[in-house]
Ligand binder design. Sequence first.
Ligand code: APR
Length: 174
Amino acid sequence: MRNCTIETVTGDIVNFKGDAIVNAANNSLLGGGGVDGAIHSGAGPQLLEECRQHGGCPTGEARVTLGYNLEVKYIIHTVGPVWVGGDSGEQNLLASCYFSCLKAAKELKITRIAFPAISCGVYGYPPKPAAKVAVESLKTYSATLNLYCKFTIFCFNRSMSITYNEILNLSHER
Ligand code: APR
């Protein structure tokens, strides 16, 4: 039984219309550049106010806020690992980000969620291994959590889209 569908889109995640957008945040949860910057500017200043109340978020975990001016009900903020060569538990921490976000989705009873390429920007995670973790995690954890979700992975450029689609197609063949 298929528990989830995964599609990729090339574009700006703030345009997503669904239940929740996942933010690639940092431990402070007080905003930054990249996805984080785009989401904060799209959501408006109330988002930062709510984020302050969380007092930060450890790497691999997730915190939920409202979506404010974005066209989603919730934003699920997760903090990906910084890539330091691959021997410091980065893979498990990245997988933990996806698990934490899906656990939050289950609690929120939501089914349409947009993900960015977590850790593939400032945090330097190589896109191909990151895409493998993303696709495997979304499939595995939606099954273990018995979630029926539609995941949309937003890639900010064509090369990232090609990478994620390659990994997605390979995973269908298994
Ligand atoms: N929509 C979709 N994808 C985006 C957008 C956007 N508006 N902006 C950037 N991206 C892509 C990047 O090109 C990259 O592929 O999202 C991926 C993640 O990049 P970052 O946003 O840099 O996130 P990350 O690598 O997890 O680093 C997190 O960056 O912005 C700061 O505050 C953030 O300190 C944290 C760090």
